[in-house]
Each structure stands twice: as structure tokens, then as C-alpha cells.
Write a protein that binds this ligand. Structure first.
Ligand SMILES: Cc1cc2nc3c(=O)[nH]c(=O)nc-3n(C[C@H](O)[C@H](O)[C@H](O)COP(=O)(O)OP(=O)(O)OC[C@H]3O[C@@H](n4cnc5c(N)ncnc54)[C@H](O)[C@@H]3O)c2cc1C
Length: 381
């Protein structure tokens, strides 16, 4: 959908797909073109030129990037279609890099919520987006606060991103490869090069262990295969349920699921000796349009409406652990009451932290972390 650049001040009236008030471009804006709030352009230019004049001046620790009238600078390809905030694409080269006060690593619900808070605290905040959020697997969530009729994961993440960007957070593709303590904060290395920031928030989530069953990803997206009984067991009441496991997690999840359905079978793969359940080979399972079929040797065929995976996940905590952060036995980060890890200035929120892997928990932790970071930067923490 990105075509010729528009003249300065001209609105882009080309139609974009609209989902619940959020318009999505299919591609990022072309290089050198930023998306800015309509009407904020002259203030933005004045600020850029002021910055250029004082380019060699080092910003103080607590210097803010917003004027009281809060010009929005957006470099993402999302536009919020609210009447009060009409955004237009303009042909404005914007090459100067601000001195970031906070870098948020990860653009899932936790990272984007922290970015919204930090931007509203008028901090220069950069979000590095290393790839899809786990939330983008969610076909429809019914326990996310504020959505009584449910919300799809991709839609939710797009809304959270639009909200962060609307208040001035900058979200960019980028992966952090390493992180360490530096003289005045933290040094990050990655696809963007090297940068030093006073504080950083790790919201890198977890990666689920998926079995190599053909079609498993599509089956997660349409809810035949599931990974989170806390999230969606309500939508499996009285259904035929199988739980696939390679350890003792399967029986614990099955016990939880039996409060929703009497028909719950644990299927065991691998060498999970001593664990309850029916031993099967992965090849015995087939994903079909209406559910999951189990065929074992001469045994009668079994059909299930849902297959829950109880195969665990890997916390994406290596960056912090390599920098000296403490973790628990499952590699989840251990944080204090303000969400700070044992590395000074490094905070963490969401699934990567020990606790319940839920959106409501992650965004709550993000709010606490963002507030603590802001207080720290203003010298009150
Ligand atoms: C099928 C399914 C259904 C679910 N349903 C629900 C539900 O209904 N309700 C609910 O509350 N929860 C649900 N969840 C859980 C929910 O998705 C997670 O709790 C939530 O996404 C965690 O958010 P997060 O921001 O901590 O991590 P994530 O959403 O996983 O985001 C982490 C981000 O960090 C990025 N990243 C990782 N490493 C790096 C790096 N080195 N550099 C840069 N970026 C990096 C990743 O690419 C990703 O974008 C579900 C999960 C699944 C899989």
C-alpha cells in the first residue's frame, strides 16, 4: 500500500484495511519517510532544527523529548483513526537519532504497555521488535480485560502498538544479541549496532515447545490445538480433550481441565517413565478439519475436539542471565517489587518473569516497571 510520497501536509486518503478502529498498512513506510500527527509538523521541524544546532550538547539524564503540547512522532506504519488524532504521511526526512532514555526489548503486550506508560511519562523510549509476539497465536481471547466478546491476538497487539506509537514511543524491528552493565547504565548490542541507555526493560517472553506434527501451527490458530488451559478451558466445556505431554506437566494440566470436561485423556510421548497417561508415538496423531484423531496399531480410533500441548516453553532470559541476572529453575527471571532484575537498571515484565503467563499479568508488571524506571530517571527511585 505504500506508493509515491505525498506532498507535505497532504493527507493519505488511500483505503487501508480497517479492523476495529486500527488501520494497518501492509508495508512499513519507505526509508526516510516518517508518520507524524497532522498539525504537529511545524513543531516537530522546529524541534529537529533546535536539536541540530545543539547536536554536540549531551542531554541531561532527565531531559524530556516532548513539548507540553506533545507533538507525536511516529515511525511505525499504524494509524489510529480517531477524530481527534488524524494522522497523515508526509515527505519528511528524519534522520537524527535521539538519545534514548529507555530501550524496551520485545514488542508483545508487556513491552508495548511499558512503552505506552513511558511515552506518557514523556520519556524517549525505543521498542525493539524482534519478531512475532506469542499473543499473535491467540485465535480469540475471552479473558483479556475490556473485551467481553473476545479479541484476536493479532488485533490486540496491533491496538497496543498503535497506542504506544500514538504517544510518541518509537517501535522498530531489531534484535538484541547481548546486554551488559556500562558506566552510565546498560550497553546493548544487536542488529541495530551498539547503544548505551540509562535503563532497559526486557519483555522477551517465552517460546513454546511445539511437536513436529504436520499442520500444528494452523491448528493452533484455529483453536484445535491449544497451549493454555487457564486461557481457554472455558471454551472447551464438555468437549473431548487430549493432553500431549513428555513429563508430569500433562497430568497437572489434565487435572485442571477435568473441572471443565469429564472426557480428558493424557497422551505421553518420549521417555516420561513413571508419568501417568497413554504412551503413544507422534505419528499416531493426525490433525483433521474437525479435531484430532489418534490411531494406534490395532486399537479403535479415538477422536478429540482439542489437543492441549503440555510440552513446556523456554523463557527468553539468556540476555539478562548473561549480564548477571538471577533466574529460577525454569529460567524465568527473578525480579524485585519494582520489576527490577538483579542487574541495576535492567527491568523485566511479562512471560519472561517468574509468574503466571497471562496478558493481564504481563501488562500489570509492565506498568509497575515503567513507573519505577521513570522514577529512577527523575532521581526519585
Ligand atoms: C495459543 C495461545 C493462546 C493464549 N491465550 C491467551 C489468553 O486468552 N489470555 C491471556 O492472558 N494470555 C494468553 N496467552 C498467553 C499470552 O500470549 C502471553 O502471556 C503474552 O503474549 C506474553 O506477553 P509478553 O509481552 O510477555 O511476551 P510476548 O508476547 O511473547 O512478546 C515477546 C516479544 O519479544 C521479542 N523478543 C524476544 N527476544 C528478543 C530479542 N532478543 N530482541 C528483540 N526482541 C525479542 C519477541 O519476538 C516478541 O515480539 C496465550 C498464548 C498462546 C500461545
Amino acid at each position: 500500500m505504500v506508493g509515491e510520497p505525498l506532498a507535505v501536509g497532504q493527507r493519505d486518503r488511500r483505503e487501508l484495511p480497517v479492523r476495529r478502529g486500527v488501520q494497518l498498512d501492509r508495508q512499513p513506510p519507505p526509508v526516510g519517510i516518517e508518520v507524524v500527527a497532522h498539525g504537529a509538523l511545524s513543531r516537530l521541524r522546529a524541534r529537529v532544527s533546535r536539536r541540530r544546532r545543539g547536536a554536540n550538547r549531551r542531554p541531561s539524564r532527565d531531559r524530556r523529548h516532548h513539548s507540553p503540547t506533545c507533538a507525536f512522532r511516529l515511525n511505525a506504519h499504524l494509524r489510529v483513526s480517531s477524530g481527534a488524532r488524524r494522522l497523515s504521511r508526509v515527505n519528511t526526512p528524519f534522520t537524527e537519532e535521539p538519545a534514548w532514555e529507555v530501550v524496551v526489548v520485545g514488542a508483545g503486550p508487556a513491552g508495548l504497555t511499558a512503552a505506552t506508560y513511558l511515552a506518557r511519562f514523556r520519556r524517549r523510549v525505543l521498542v525493539l521488535d524482534g519478531g512475532p509476539s506469542r499473543a499473535e497465536w491467540i485465535p480469540e481471547s475471552h479473558n483479556t480485560p475490556g473485551f467481553p466478546h473476545g479479541v484476536g491476538g493479532p488485533d490486540l497487539v496491533a491496538r497496543m502498538r498503535a497506542q504506544a506509537v500514538a504517544f510518541g514511543a518509537v517501535v522498530r524491528p531489531g534484535r538484541v544479541d547481548s546486554l551488559e552493565a556500562a558506566t552510565d547504565g546498560l550497553r546493548l548490542d544487536g542488529t541495530f549496532g551498539t547503544m548505551e541507555v540509562p535503563a532497559a526493560l526486557l519483555a522477551t517472553g517465552v517460546v513454546d515447545h511445539l511437536p513436529p506434527i504436520p499442520g500444528v501451527e494452523a491448528a493452533i490458530r484455529d483453536s484445535r490445538v491449544r497451549m493454555c488451559p487457564i486461557c481457554d478451558a472455558f471454551e472447551a466445556i464438555d468437549r473431548r480433550i487430549a493432553v500431549l505431554t513428555d513429563g508430569d506437566l500433562g497430568e497437572r494440566e489434565a487435572a485442571f481441565l477435568r473441572t471443565y470436561s469429564a472426557d480428558v485423556e493424557v497422551l505421553r510421548i518420549g521417555e516420561a517413565e513413571g508419568c501417568p497417561g497413554m504412551q503413544i508415538a507422534l505419528e499416531d496423531l493426525r490433525l483433521e478439519a474437525q479435531g484430532v484423531v489418534l490411531r494406534r496399531g490395532g486399537q479403535p480410533e479415538r477422536r478429540f475436539d482439542h489437543l492441549y500441548l503440555a510440552l513446556g516453553c523456554a523463557a527468553q532470559s539468556d540476555l539478562a542471565v548473561a549480564a548477571g541476572a538471577r533466574q529460577d529453575e525454569l529460567n524465568n527471571l527473578i525480579v524485585d517489587a519494582h520489576q527490577m532484575t538483579s542487574v541495576d537498571g535492567l527491568y523485566a515484565a511479562g512471560d519472561v518473569v517468574r509468574g503466571l503467563n497471562q496478558i493481564a499479568v504481563g501488562v500489570g508488571e509492565a506498568a509497575i516497571a515503567a513507573t519505577a524506571i521513570h522514577n529512577r530517571l527523575r532521581g526519585a527511585g
